[in-house]
Ligand binder design. Sequence first.
Ligand code: PLP
Length: 411
Amino acid sequence: MLVSNNNSQFNLSRIRHQFPALRRSDGVVQAAVFSDAPGGTQMPMDVIEAMSGYLHKGTANLGGVFSTSLETAELVKQARSITGQFLNAPQNCIVFGANMTSLTFSFSRAISRTWQAGEEIIVSMLDHDANITPWVLAAEERGCTVHKMTVTDEVNLSVSELQRLLSEKTCLVAFTLASNVTGSITPARELIQAAHDAGVKVFVDAVHYAAHHLIDVSELDTDFLVCSPYKFCGPHLGVLYGKSELLESIEPYKVRASINHPPGSWENGTQNFEAIAGLIACIRYHGWLTDSKPDRAGLENSAHWISQHEEHISEQFLKGCRDIDGVTLYGSPETLNRTPTFALTKAGRSSAQLAELLAERGVYAWSGHCYALDLIRHLRLESFDGVLRIGFVHYHTEDEVFRVLNALEDI
Ligand SMILES: Cc1ncc(COP(=O)(O)O)c(C=O)c1O
């Protein structure tokens, strides 16, 4: 199982060996295929051990003068620093929270206090509901209007649509870097530029994108970004990035007794320190993929390998899909500007039935709306009960892609 990356070779077996869950079989002859990855990835041993290691050593809250509390403070500092490398951001711009949805709800409550009645916000139909409803509810409370960017025929966002909706009343644009349903990668840099040209701040959802490409907040120039490490082999945790001057100037929704300056002032209640320990190990794991350090250069090496491997997987899957009778793919049929996440229907079966039949064959996959309610409605897929979503990440093999294709054909 060798995968080429320029002139070097990386052994996928070595990578998969790190993941005990990938050996799970559920009584089916072969090991399970975790093509439910867009819903959450599996964890390598180093991450599992880092989480339990922190608890073994002794846990404490922040702010004490005794060693476990001091060690926890050091752990959080290290986690901000390494996450800064992962996002190409200064460490004081990294905020931890329970998950993306909770962070977005609390952040939207805080920033919306700066909005005036009659102002407007723009969200997108392509997005997961976690980047729509928090904004819609905040807008309702503030007497603001919500506009939704519609999607193109290729199931993506377009700069012209954003420009059509932007006005002097717009106070925020929120959209995703990649669709968790169709895998479409949005033209984020251009969308952010268009919003900034109109003097509007941007909040992007990188939850799906982060598993597939290295985020660069500095290059994107986004004002805010959220992601969730459990989608890229880390623990169940959320991360928010904000430009430092904005985290300073916006008043967080917080209790009086907690820290008064960012990033801590944006972190509500006691953090999940064992997950934060796991996040450090997760980003180190990303460097380890190509025997690199978990600094920006090392993470870029690994991201390059991930892109190449995932492009190959996408190519195999897209090619195989074309030959299966009755299968319709939603989103781009090309490998360009997509992640290896595929939204499908198959004539004669509901998506829930497809997922059940795949599960019987040891293939895990999600079906339904995958929380992208507006997109499923826009694609008129309610009669199919949403889509069947097949998703791969860097630890998947070509053999697994063929197993999914064979199972789909067989059904
Ligand atoms: C694109 C996208 N955004 C947001 C979320 C919500 O993330 P969390 O589970 O961390 O709240 C998900 C979860 O599936 C997602 O796929």
